[in-house]
Ligand binder design. Structure first.
Ligand code: S3P
Length: 450
């Protein structure tokens, strides 16, 4: 199965110590939002450090299709000439969001209250993912939707001509759903209120305020209540995209499991809605420290130093932490394989509807590599074998999921025998420099036919 052209099998061989600095790419969530909010603003938005992965490039193309001028100035410098709130033009063609759930769901929200029609599609992974979680609340604004069974793409949205503001309690912990509703609320009159019972990544709230929207957040017994005043004039901003903690997870975890390693991963945003993995690794006994702690653009930032950690132990990961590390469970399960004892991950139903069913994909690959995994609908447990004891030596499926592919490449750095994924091409969606970056640290990740 490949939606990214010819599959590229990739092999990771057990390697010596990983050493040096890992400069990971810009944050994916903030990159999407920079382009979308830039397109909804009046004037120019300048973006430095944009993630130039396929997911974000698809969002850039989509913003052009809706009428914004998006320019690549080279070296991660981009600009967006926006059309203003309510200013989206009707796209002439189908919008292809590739592999990106964030892209499609946020863009659906951004166009839902403008009287235009747009049709969305994606790759085999994205076209299998549930969109009802977004189109249900958008219907409350007056948006009409026709899609495939089960609320799947391809799907056509007819934006509401006379949108009404909405009060919506998000039924699943999802920043994408929350963000889609807030972006739709931009072009509705009055106040749109979104309530989330569990806090999810808050980049949309912070960035909307930065672009000039009036938005308040209150912690109440009902949950986090976010109130947005509709029909603001957003004005172009200068954005420096921080480096992605979800990408930092891969060199950090690789260093922790690979004997002799000492890797510095500079300038990582430690927004508490994103940093749950690092807390979890420290609780497992990892030698992971925050150096040069500082604040940048209102967000905590640090350089992460990760060293080989021979005495990892399995832990129960608190379910309340799930949202703050939801994309990091695949690579955490790899670290868990090298720990002593059981790592118990509960309250993670959302993992089943990501780019793949991530519990299923990791469980299959880990079991094939000799690791015991138990699972239920919203939980899984990995029984660690301890350092030096994980067999590996198999080819596993990456199921069109960048994080599954990268997790197994990290695993192969410390298994007894190499690990191969059937297709490493999805890595380009979020971490296009993964292979040279890992090679620079001393890893041996190679394309099978190279
Ligand atoms: C994202 C939200 C999360 C996350 C995804 C990025 C975002 O998805 O998994 O990689 O940028 O809003 P959900 O909202 O489905 O949890």
């Amino acid at each position: 199965m490949s939606g990214h052209g010819t599959p590229i099998p990739m092999t990771s061989r057990p390697c010596g110590p990983l050493r040096g600095e890992a400069h990971v790419p810009g944050d994916k969530s903030i990159s999407h939002r920079s382009l979308i909010l830039g397109a909804l603003s009046v004037g120019e938005t300048r973006v430095t450090g944009l993630l130039e992965g396929e997911d974000v490039l698809d969002t850039a193309k989509a913003m052009r299709a809706f009428g914004a001028t998006v320019t690549d100035h080279g070296g991660g410098e981009w600009s967006v000439q926006g059309v203003g709130v309510g200013g989206f033009a009707e796209p002439e063609n189908v919008i292809d969001c590739g592999n990106s759930g964030t892209g499609v769901r946020l863009i659906m929200g951004a166009m839902a209250t403008t009287p235009i029609t747009a049709t969305f599609t994606g790759d085999a992974s994205l076209n299998g993912r549930p969109m009802g979680r977004v189109t249900d609340p958008l219907a409350l604004f007056g948006t009409q939707t026709v899609g495939r069974q089960g609320g799947r793409l391809p799907m056509t949205l007819v934006g509401a001509a006379d949108p009404v503001p909405v009060r919506y309690v998000v039924p699943v912990p999802s920043a994408q759903v929350k963000s889609a509703v807030l972006l739709a609320g931009l072009n509705a009159p009055g106040q749109t209120v979104v309530i989330e019972k569990e806090a999810t990544r808050d980049h949309t709230e912070r960035m909307l305020q930065g672009f000039g929207a009036t938005l308040t957040v209150e912690d109440t017994d009902e949950g986090r209540v976010i109130t947005l005043d509709g029909q603001p004039e957003l004005t172009g901003q200068t954005i420096i995209v921080p480096r992605d903690p979800s990408s930092a997870a891969f060199p950090v975890c690789a260093a922790i499991i690979t004997p002799g390693s000492d890797v510095l991963v500079p300038n990582i945003g430690l927004n508490p809605t994103r940093a749950g993995l690092f807390t979890t690794l420290i609780e497992m006994g990892a030698d992971l420290t925050y150096e040069n702690m500082r604040e940048e653009g209102g967000e905590p930032v640090a350089d992460l130093r990760a060293k080989f950690s021979p005495d990892l132990k399995g832990i129960a990961v608190p379910p309340a932490r799930a949202a703050s590390m939801i994309d990091e469970y695949p690579v955490l399960s790899v670290v868990a394989a090298f720990a002593q004892g059981v790592t118990d991950m509960q309250g993670v139903k959302e993992l089943r509807v990501k780019e793949s069913d991530r519990i299923d994909a990791m469980a299959k690959g880990l079991r094939a590599a000799g690791v015991t995994v138990d699972e239920g609908p919203d939980w899984w447990k990995v029984t660690g074998l301890g350092h030096g004891n994980v067999p590996g030596g198999v080819t596993v499926a990456s199921v069109l999921d960048h994080r599954i592919a990268m997790a197994f490449m990290v695993m192969g750095m410390a298994t007894q025998k190499p690990m191969t994924v059937d297709d490493g091409s999805p890595i380009a969606t979020s971490f296009p420099i993964f292979e040279p970056l890992m090679a620079g640290l001393g890893a041996q990740v190679v394309r099978a036919n190279a």
